[in-house]
Ligand binder design. Structure first.
Ligand SMILES: Cc1ncc(COP(=O)(O)O)c(C=O)c1O
Length: 352
C-alpha cells in the first residue's frame, strides 16, 4: 500500500541532485573553518537572507537555543508566543540550556502577537523582575495554520524592540514558504529582525540542517555557543552540499505545496463532521477538527492510517496535515476520498 505521509514537511527525502552533491562535496574540518562547502552554503544563505553572516547548525531547535544563548544571560527573559515552537516543542531548551525565562503572550490565530501585549510584557528596571532581552516571532507559524507574518507587521514589532533596546529574533524555519506565499523577496521578511534561522530540512527537502543569519558579531558568538552544545561538526560539507541544492532548486517549488494544501483544505471543507477554516490555509499546513463526539478521534486517526494516510493529532479533536515535495495532487485527492470514506462509512468506531 502506498503511504501518503502528511505528518510534516520534515519527512521529505533528499533529491537525487542532493545525493549526487553529497557524493562529490569538497570537505574540510569545519571547526577549523576549513570546509569549503559549508563556507559556500553559509555565504549564499547570508546573501539571500540579507544579513552579514550565517552559521550552519544541526537543526532548527539548535539554531533557536543558540540564539537565546547568545542574547540572554541566565535569568533573562524572552517574550514569545504561547503557541510558538520555541515554547511548546523544544523540550524547554531555552530554560534548560540557556537558563532563560520564557514570558509567553497569546498568539493570535494569524500567528501575530498583539503589539500592546508585547509592550506590556517588557519589564522595567526593578530588582524583582527578570531583564527582558529578546522578542521572538515565528514565520510561517506552525501552530497557527502556517500563517504568514507580513513584513509590515514585523516592522511594527521591530519599532517596539528598537525603542526598548531589545533583540528581535525570528524563528523562520519556514521563512521561504512565507516569501513564496506573498511573492516577495525573503529579505522583506528578515530585514527588520536582528537575526533569523531557517530550516533546510523541511519543505526545502535537505536531509539535515538549519542556518542562523545575523550580524558578524552575533554569528561569531553563535559559533561559540554551537561548539558548547557539541554542534561543532568536522567534514560536514557532505551534509552542507544538499543544503546548497535546497537553496538553488527547492524554493520556488514550495508554491506547489501551497497549491496541494489548498486542494486538500477545500476537499476537507466538503466532508461532513470535519471542520476547517479553509480560507486560513495560505502555505503548506492544514489543520482541521473532528466535529461532534460521535467519532472517536484516536480511532479516526488509526483508521485513516490503515488506509495509508498518515497525519498528526495535535489536540483532542484536531489534526494536522502538511504538504511537501513528496506529495502530489493525486495524493491529496486520494487523501480527501479516504477521509470521506472513513467518516461517511463511519468506519471510525463510535464511542461506546
Ligand atoms: C516553526 C519551527 N521552528 C523550529 C522547528 C525545529 O526544527 P528541528 O526539527 O530541525 O529542530 C520546527 C520543527 O518542526 C518548527 O516547525
Amino acid at each position: 500500500m502506498k503511504i501518503i505521509d502528511l505528518r510534516s514537511d520534515t519527512v521529505t527525502v533528499p533529491t537525487s541532485a542532493m545525493r549526487e552533491a553529497m557524493h562529490t562535496a569538497a570537505v574540510g574540518d569545519d571547526v577549523f573553518g576549513d570546509d569549503p562547502t559549508v563556507h559556500d552554503l553559509e555565504t549564499r544563505a547570508s546573501a539571500m537572507i540579507g544579513k552579514e553572516a550565517a552559521l550552519f547548525t544541526a537543526s532548527g531547535t539548535m539554531s533557536n537555543v543558540i540564539s537565546v544563548l547568545v542574547t540572554c544571560k541566565r535569568g533573562d527573559e524572552v517574550i514569545l508566543g504561547d503557541a510558538s515552537h520555541m515554547f511548546l516543542n523544544e523540550a524547554g531548551a531555552m530554560s534548560a540550556l540557556a537558563g532563560a525565562h520564557p514570558h509567553t503572550i497569546p498568539n493570535h490565530e494569524d500567528g501575530t502577537l498583539d503589539l500592546d501585549d508585547i509592550r506590556n510584557a517588557i519589564r522595567g528596571n526593578d530588582e524583582h523582575w527578570p531583564r527582558t532581552r529578546v522578542v521572538c516571532l515565528e514565520n510561517t507559524h506552525n501552530r497557527c495554520f502556517g500563517a504568514v507574518l507580513t513584513p509590515d507587521y514585523t516592522a511594527s514589532v521591530a519599532e517596539i524592540t528598537k525603542e526598548h533596546g531589545l533583540f528581535l529574533y525570528l524563528d523562520g524555519a519556514r521563512i521561504f514558504n512565507a516569501a513564496v506565499a506573498l511573492k516577495k523577496d525573503v529579505k522583506e521578511f528578515t530585514r527588520h529582525v536582528d537575526a533569523t534561522s531557517f530550516c533546510l530540512s523541511k519543505g526545502l527537502s535537505a536531509p539535515i540542517g538549519s542556518i542562523i543569519c545575523g550580524s558578524r558579531e552575533f554569528i561569531h558568538e553563535a559559533r561559540r555557543a554551537r561548539k558548547m552544545l557539541g554542534g561543532g561538526m568536522r567534514q560536514v560539507g557532505v551534509i552542507a552540499a544538499p543544503g546548497i541544492i535546497a537553496l538553488d532548486q527547492m524554493i520556488e517549488r514550495l508554491e506547489e505545496d501551497h497549491q496541494t494544501a489548498r486542494i486538500l483544505a477545500d476537499g476537507i471543507a466538503q466532508i461532513s463532521r470535519l471542520r476547517i477554516e479553509s480560507g486560513r490555509v495560505c502555505t503548506n499546513i492544514v489543520y482541521f477538527d473532528l466535529a461532534g463526539d460521535a467519532i472517536d478521534p484516536d480511532a479516526f486517526l488509526a483508521q485513516v492510517a490503515d488506509h495509508g494516510v498518515w497525519m498528526c493529532k495535535t489536540g483532542t479533536r484536531r489534526f494536522r496535515m502538511v504538504t511537501h515535495h513528496g506529495i502530489t495532487k493525486s495524493d491529496v485527492h486520494a487523501t480527501v476520498s479516504i477521509l470521506h470514506n472513513v467518516i461517511e462509512k463511519k468506519e471510525a468506531r463510535p464511542i461506546e
